[in-house]
Design a protein around this ligand. Structure first.
Ligand code: MGD
Ligand code: MGD
Ligand code: SF4
Ligand code: MO
Length: 713
């Protein structure tokens, strides 16, 4: 007889790399398995809504492909031939390899490599204790946020803005360069509430008709990298039509007159050919804004992943200052709330004990770093040993050809701590099995909202899975590093961190589930002035002085235009590369995560490239044809999807599929480039010129949907 499971519903937090950081309501079955996952109704930003892929989390959590035992490579690198070993033996081997690497080349030969596969403050960032206390190479975090954060901070001086819940109280929500329906669904909750409750308009600015744009009252589909031109033309109209708030700017902005004069020559006629929008569309957008001072600009990451991305972000944020909409409830420009939490992480990361003379290797340039590029290595020793946690560079990092070459080096020792046998884990010498968020304790901070939120351990991990914190502690013990955090549990660390940050205690957050850290209205709306010594928003920022929060070295400072502008430094189409490729997110994947779950793989289908019907006709390509995309970095074979919701000349390929889901094993990041974007680094994932051809070897390839093994649901 099947007994009905005993179901309890417990609070948790989504750990994935997503601005929404949703508060979850998780069904736990017989204290051992998870059932349905819902958004928690009691947390006001999540408001009961989460994305479908996390709603189905049980299929990921209890997936038959979970790594359950430590593994040691027996075959050649990448062959996938491993045998099970004990945790003791695995950790001993990793520690010995690190000691050997240090003995030969010094401590910087070891490069702990991580990212935000979990955004937990303990499990994600604890790797820095090992790094800093052993003086291993640092990591300059460039893969995601640099252009966006730098561009936003350039204007306001601070990475924070109006309460995102105020979108619901706005008269116009501009969703700019973020595919919120797919990537941060809660933006839609609050924006559509404004439409329903107050007749607000929703404007979406993107480079193709994605699921978010389908919901727009005004949909602006422009050419990639041209947002700076659109922002200038809109501001031109606002000044021209008397919708610029001169009184506000006189008090709160650095050089409004100079900006107005500069924009005189940058009207809709100037911007139309640059953006691919019509003069009428630009005028319509400007009119909509001019009539709605209470406008909330919700600025995303996508439109900053171009070589002019920081300039475009800054230009968009300037619109709120020209309109004087910042001081209104439901008004202003918001990107991320990173600066409001002030969590003291000295105990969890040893940040206060970091040696600033140790090099910080650019995370996005991992291909160069692992193939011995002297510039990427700052002239220092080669990287000969790595611990990789919460990231999958052999799928997600740019210039894949180099990345794969680097990981294939026989003189490189790699330990990957993972939940699944990812493409990166396959290249490892030692693979360690990791717990999931339901199986360990951690706390998280919202990027797109203002909560600190707890994700307590709900169930035991399967097999011999262990949390990241365990790996950090055990390695440090073997490497002879003493640190008081090594004798503390994740819970104790959370408690210590909250207390040191004056944010309460573990027991308090366990009871409440989350802490609302929203600053008061005047602070959030910069009523007392922007975060510069004179309180003024910068239309003309000193780009050399903008400090991004992750302490990286200053990137290449090129001559950024003084005022908001169209900065033409993108990888433009040319005769040999007539298309511009955007590698946008897929709805059912989260970066490379969920490309192992059957529910997500079946929804995404196979790697495809969207192209305009006229472009397809010119090239003689029919829908579903096999095609090749290429540029100087390599070639990628996938299938065409003809789609009239994209501009001519623009190509969209959604999702980071594993390399081996493509014929020839070259995935989409074969085509992306790792050069650091001005002024403060970052990878321009949506800024690639390519050629496109029918695939002459197409016969028989059409069924290569992916070679991920089908797992029965
Ligand atoms: N389902 C899903 N959710 C995710 C992710 C995922 O992969 N899948 N990734 C997560 C991560 S790590 C992050 S950082 C966030 C990022 O989330 P977003 O802020 O949404 O940023 P992107 O995912 O880079 O791209 C968003 C949109 O930008 C558009 N875009 C590209 N170039 C331009 C341009 O020049 N101008 C304009 N206006 N638009 C442009 C793309 O077409 C895409 O629709 O999402 C997170 N959430
Ligand atoms: N072409 C293209 N490439 C891109 C992007 C793009 O838009 N286009 N976006 C870029 C962006 S914005 C980002 S942020 C990067 C992200 O790239 P990644 O950091 O690689 O992101 P994820 O796919 O989320 O990978 C996280 C991995 O962490 C593992 N993991 C999750 N939780 C834990 C844990 O608790 N412990 C351990 N040990 N492992 C865990 C997961 O199983 C998963 O394999 O990708 C970048 N790459
Ligand atoms: S929307 Fe983002 S934070 Fe919310 S459940 Fe989905 S992946 Fe997690
Ligand atoms: Mo990201």
């Amino acid at each position: 007889m099947n007994k009905q499971p005993d179901i309890t519903r417990l609070k948790s937090t989504c750990p994935h790399d997503c601005p929404s950081v949703c508060a979850l309501d998780v069904e736990v079955l017989d204290g051992a398995m998870i059932g349905r996952v819902r958004g928690h109704k009691g947390q006001s930003y999540t408001a009961g809504v989460i994305c479908a892929k996390v709603g189905r989390y049980a299929e990921r959590n209890h997936h038959p492909g979970r790594l359950l035992k430590p593994l040691r490579r027996v075959g050649a690198k990448g062959d996938g031939d491993f045998r099970e070993i004990s945790w003791e033996a695995a950790l001993d081997e990793v520690a010995e390899a690190f000691i050997r690497a240090e003995g030969k080349y010094g401590s910087e030969a070891v490069w702990p490599y991580f990212y935000a596969g979990t955004m937990g403050q303990i499990q994600r960032d604890g790797i820095h204790r090992l790094r800093h206390l052993k003086r291993y190479s640092g990591q300059f975090d460039t893969i995601c946020t640099n252009m966006a954060w730098t561009g936003y901070i350039a204007g306001t001086g601070k990475l924070a803005g109006p309460d995102p819940r105020e979108m619901a109280k706005s008269d116009c929500v501009v969703i700019w360069g973020t595919n919120a329906v797919s990537t941060q669904v809660n933006v839609m909750t609050h924006a559509t509430k404004a439409r329903k409750d107050r007749g607000a308009k929703i404007v979406v600015i993107d480079v193709y008709m994605n699921d978010t744009m389908k919901q727009a009252d005004l949909a602006l589909c422009l050419k990639p990298g041209s947002d700076g031109a659109l922002a200038c033309a809109v501001m031109h109209c606002l000044f021209r039509d008397g919708h610029a708030d001169r009184g506000y700017m006189a008090k709160y902005a650095d050089c409004p007159d100079e900006l107005e004069a500069h924009l005189k020559t940058r009207g809709p006629e100037w911007a139309a050919p640059i953006t691919g929008l019509s003069v009428e569309q630009i005028e319509a957008f400007a009119k909509l804004l001019g009539e709605r001072k209470r406008t909330f600009l919700r600025l995303g990451y996508g439109f900053t992943r171009s070589r002019n991305g920081a300039v475009n972000m800054h230009a968009a944020s300037c619109i709120a200052t020209v309109m004087g909409s910042w001081p209104l409830e439901g008004g202003g420009a918001f990107h991320n709330n990173g600066a409001i939490y002030n969590l003291n992480n000295n105990i969890t990361t040893a940040a206060d004990r970091r040696d600033p003379s140790i090099r910080l290797i650019d995370q996005s340039r991992i291909g160069q770093a692992l193939t011995g590029d002297a510039d990427a290595l700052f002239g220092g020793p080669p990287v000969t040993a790595m611990l990789v946690q919460n990231t999958n560079p052999v799928s997600v990092a740019p210039e894949q050809a180099l990345v794969k070459q680097g990981f294939a080096r026989d003189d490189l020792f790699v330990c990957v701590h993972e939940q699944f046998m990812t493409e990166t884990a396959r290249m490892a010498d030692i693979v360690l099995p990791a717990t999931m968020f339901t199986e360990h304790d951690d706390i998280y901070r919202g990027g797109g909202h203002q909560y600190i939120s707890l994700g307590p351990k709900l169930i035991d991990g399967p097999g011999e899975t262990r949390e990241n914190h365990y790996v950090h502690c055990e390695l440090m013990k073997r490497l002879g590093v003493e640190d008081r955090a090594n004798d503390m549990s994740a819970r104790e660390l959370i408690d210590a961190m909250l207390k040191a940050s004056k944010r309460g205690t573990f027991d308090e957050i366990l009871e409440k589930g989350w802490i609302d850290c929203q600053p008061d209205f005047d602070t959030a709306h910069y009523v007392g002035g922007f975060h510069y010594h004179d309180g003024k928003f910068r239309f003309a920022p000193d780009w050399t002085a903008v400090k991004a929060p992750n302490n990286g070295p200053m990137g290449p400072y090129q001559a950024i235009p003084k005022l908001p502008d169209f900065w033409d430094v993108t990888e433009n189409a040319d005769a040999a590369h007539p298309f511009r490729l955007v590698t946008a997110p897929a709805r059912s994947f989260l970066n490379s995560t969920f490309n192992e779950t059957p529910g997500s793989v079946s929804r995404e289908g196979r790697p495809e490239v969207l192209l305009h019907p006229d472009d397809a006709e010119t090239l003689g390509i029919a829908d579903a044809d096999a095609v090749i995309l290429g540029n100087a970095r390599g070639q990628v074979r996938l299938h065409a999807k003809i789609f009239d919701g994209v501009c001519r000349g623009t190509l969209i390929s959604e999702g980071i599929w594993p390399n081996d889901a493509f014929a020839d094993g070259a995935g989409i990041n074969t085509l992306t480039r790792a050069d650091p974007v001005a002024p403060h680094g970052g990878a321009a994932f949506h800024d690639n010129h390519v050629w496109l051809r029918p695939d002459p070897a197409a016969g028989g390839l059409d069924e290569t949907r992916s070679n991920i093994e089908a797992v029965p649901a």
